[in-house]
Every structure is written in C-alpha cells, then in structure tokens.
Design a protein. Structure first.
Length: 178
C-alpha cells in the first residue's frame, strides 16, 4: 500500500496481493523438509521392493534348479544361491529398519534443538538427521541424510543455530535448524 497527496486529499494506492507473499518463509522451508522426507521414504520403499523381488526370484530359481540337477555343481550352485539370498535378506531387514525410523519422523515438526528428523544447514550443506542414505537433490539443492549415531550426527544432536564444532580438522557452524 502506498499513500500520496493530491488535491489536498490523502489517497491510498493498493498493490494487488500475491498469494506467494502470504506464505511465511518457515512454511516454504517446511515444505522443502517434507519433500526431502518423502523422497527418502520413497527411496527406502523402492529398495524394499527390489530386495523382495530379488529374493523371490532366487527362491524360484533354486526350486527350479533343484528339480533338474544333481551332483557337486548343483550343490555348489544351490549353496551360492542361499548365500546370496542371506545377503539380500540382511539388506531387506536393514531397509525395513530404515523405513521404520523414517515412518516415526514427523517432517512437519520444527524444533529449536536438533533431533532425529531435523533438517540442518551447516557450512552451506543441508543435512537430514534420520538414517544414513545417499545424497539426493530436492528443488536443485543437495541434501545428505545421516544417522544421529554418525560422527557428524552425534555432534549435531541436541544443539542449536550458532553451535560450532570440529570433526576431522573441519570446523562446522550450524546455520539453521528446521
């Protein structure tokens, strides 16, 4: 709104209101955090689906292989399939555990102190304190997911904006917490 005088009268000039100006800055950040959370949830769910499919395929292969083969080569092949199936089962369990942790996080919650589920900006790097997962890009911004038990995660937990610490001769400053 702009006020101005003309002809000895006060006139009020209003600019059109844009909806994007009505959305508070912290809500835009929360949407960003929720996008990150959704992306990581989808990533973990995709892993779970892939591991389940691979385990099913191995189970099917071992059943088919058992029908038509005999001898040492057959036993070796079956042993290799069982070893591979165990590896995949362990990876599946890990992915299910990661999903359970992510499912417990309320991505709409903002806190002053860093907790599991916080989105932290330190030294210009976005860190999602949750579970250790690969780096992703959301809205063109790189984000690294790390567990609270990791060296960096353990330094972050419970701290606030402005906290400074050092890991491996690198100094970090917490710039924001969502």
């Amino acid at each position: 709104m702009r006020l101005h005088f003309s002809n000895n009268k006060l006139h009020k000039e209003e600019k059109p209101l844009h909806l994007c100006n009505l959305v508070p800055h912290y809500l835009k950040k929360m949407e960003f955090k929720q996008k990150i959370h959704s992306h990581y949830l989808q990533m973990v769910q995709d892993r779970i689906d892939v591991f389940r499919d691979m385990i099913s395929a191995l189970t099917e292969d071992s059943k088919n292989d058992a029908k038509g083969s005999a001898g040492d080569k057959h036993e070796t092949a079956l042993s290799m399939m069982h070893i591979e199936q165990e590896k995949l089962t362990n990876k599946l369990k890990e992915a299910i555990t990661q999903k359970a942790i992510l499912d417990k996080i309320d991505a709409s919650k903002a806190t002053e102190n860093i907790i599991s589920g916080s989105l932290v900006k330190a030294n210009g790097i976005y860190l999602y304190v949750s579970v250790a997962l690969p780096k992703i890009a959301v809205d063109g911004i790189n984000v690294i997911a790390l567990s609270p038990q990791s060296p960096l995660g353990s330094h972050l937990m419970g701290n606030k904006v402005g906290f400074k610490f050092e890991i491996n001769k690198t100094n970090y400053t917490i710039e924001s917490v969502e």
